[in-house]
Design a protein around this ligand. Structure first.
Ligand SMILES: *Cc1c(COP(=O)(O)O)cnc(C)c1O
Length: 490
């Protein structure tokens, strides 16, 4: 493909993408394919001679699209949103074209410098303390990671190194292995599974702290675990606070856990993967109160800030905590500006060497929407969640299972778990809308997350009518109608 064909195909592709997103609600949100559907539809080897672009695009529509779950459909209410917007798609295209691998300042100065400035812009939108902002002379700064899971892992590894060095300085005879064996990380019983994954990869123990009746981790419960573990000769070193849990969007009490971690000298990481985007609105910023106690903080603009995957924003209060833990300087990566002090070599802030020019996506989105536009977007989603919540509360057969703070509503039919499992199965089998469940304590709960960038009140109302209708059918003739009805009436 030469440049002139690229121009033509590029226009065609933009046309295809615009058409796809414009008409996405006419596609079935969840595919009707069985596992292994695709292999028989593809040749068993790559073509010896080239195919044409038309042939490829025909196959996209014929064999790929039928197997796609349409995350951007306004009938998609599963998981959490995936960010999407036309400015971000265009920026991603430019990122692909530049194709620099910006591991150091010298490897592509604009890639590093735009990222530093965008992370300051975003940090200011969230009113982060000065320590996190490069422009304000903070010791810390921001970096774009690929995912929240990576951010948690990196924080845990940096905290592990810091704790190990501190203990070895105090008792030079101690080996790394002897220390590591005793290190303990903590999170609430509502934390994302990526925290457990980080502890497995990092080779340290993880203890889960029972959350309170609002599914929040409280300082008293954490303190109790810390005392027990210290008494048993273990070494607490790392705590993850979740702001906006994946199951029900509950918020650990950062403003009480923060001072405790500070007093105990523990690294405090905040995982706000979904909820973090909302903190750009003054009315939700209080949910981040206590961030001054945090060592590392992360959220995903690729979830709820109109930026396409991947773009996970992470800040540290002290950049040497990261760069000290991971720095290696082979001669082929050295450059003459690295000693200047103003320069960030982002490879020391992350696990891989290579990195994309992802800050372009932030830059395009911030400029094309403005902070006001982004705030309006968050508020629209929260408003739609409230609308769904009041519809659920208006039907006595249903209950809302957790406080609705942002764009997620957890609800269920009053009755058994089996009844609710049957309801979810019916919902997902008809494929008009798509939802996923969660467990809250021992209850099976349906999650309704406002996801699409084009979802509006009419989609939410249609979804609710659909759910109500299926519930009525189920209660009339379901797998356990008598027991279910008896439970509901009691
Ligand atoms: C979505 C989510 C994650 C995982 O995000 P990735 O970027 O896919 O790793 C982690 N924590 C919470 C609370 C989440 O909601």
């Amino acid at each position: 493909m030469n440049a002139s064909e690229f121009r033509r195909r590029g226009r065609e592709m933009v046309e295809y993408v615009a058409g796809y997103l414009e008409a996405i609600e006419r596609r079935q949100v969840y595919p009707s394919v069985e596992p292994g559907y695709l292999r028989p539809l593809l040749p068993s080897c790559a073509p010896q001679e080239p195919d044409t672009f038309e042939e490829i695009m025909e196959d996209v529509e014929k064999i790929i699209m039928p197997g796609v779950t349409h995350w951007n459909s306004p009938y998609f209410f599963a998981y959490f949103p995936t960010g999407n917007s036309f400015p971000s798609i265009l920026a991603d295209m430019l990122c692909g074209a530049i194709g620099c691998i910006g591991f150091s300042w010298a490897a592509s100065p604009a890639c590093t410098e735009l990222e530093m400035v965008m992370m300051d812009w975003l940090g200011k939108m969230l009113q982060l303390p000065d320590a996190f902002l490069v422009e304000r002379g903070g010791e810390g700064g921001g970096v774009i990671q690929g995912s929240a899971s990576e951010s948690t892992l990196i924080s845990l590894l940096a905290a592990r190194t810091k704790a190990t060095w501190r203990l070895q300085a105090a008792s030079p005879g101690l080996t790394k292995a002897a220390i590591q064996e005793k290190l303990v990380a903590y999170c609430s019983d509502q934390a994302h599974c990526s925290v457990e994954r980080a502890s497995l990869v990092g080779g340290v123990r993880l203890k889960t702290i029972p959350s309170d009746d609002k599914f929040a981790m409280r300082a008293a419960a954490l303190q109790k675990a810390l005392e027990e573990d210290k008494a048993a000769g273990l070494i607490p070193f790392f705590v993850v606070v979740t702001l906006g849990t994946t199951s029900c969007c509950s918020f650990d009490r950062l403003s009480e856990v923060g001072p405790l971690c500070d007093k105990e000298g523990l690294w405090l990481h905040v995982d706000a993967a979904y909820a973090g985007s909302a903190f750009i609105c003054p009315e939700f910023r209080h949910l981040l109160d206590g961030v001054e106690f945090v060592d590392s903080f992360n959220f995903n603009p690729h979830k709820w800030l109109l930026v396409n995957f991947d773009c996970s924003a992470m800040w540290v209060k002290n950049r040497t905590d990261l760069t000290g833990a991971f720095k290696l300087d082979p001669v082929y990566l050295k450059h003459r500006h690295q000693a200047s002090g103003f320069i960030t070599d982002y490879r020391h802030w992350q696990l891989p060497l290579g990195r994309r020019f992802r800050s372009l996506k932030l830059w395009f989105v911030f400029r094309m929407y403005g902070v006001t536009g982004l705030q309006a977007y968050i508020r629209k989603h929260v408003g739609l969640a409230r609308e769904f919540e009041s519809a659920v509360r208006g039907d006595a057969r249903f209950e809302v299972c957790a406080e609705v703070v942002l764009g997620l509503v957890c609800f269920r039919l009053k009755g058994s778990n089996e009844l609710n499992e049957a309801l979810l199965e019916k919902i997902n089998a008809t494929k008009k809308i798509h939802l996923v469940p969660c467990h809250l304590r021992d209850q099976f709960v349906l999650r309704f997350a406002i996801c699409s960038s084009v979802v509006n009140s009419s989609h939410v109302q249609l979804a609710w009518e659909h759910i109500r209708g299926l519930a009525t059918d189920l209660l009339r003739a379901g797998p356990e109608p008598k027991a279910a009805l008896a439970e509901i009436k009691s």
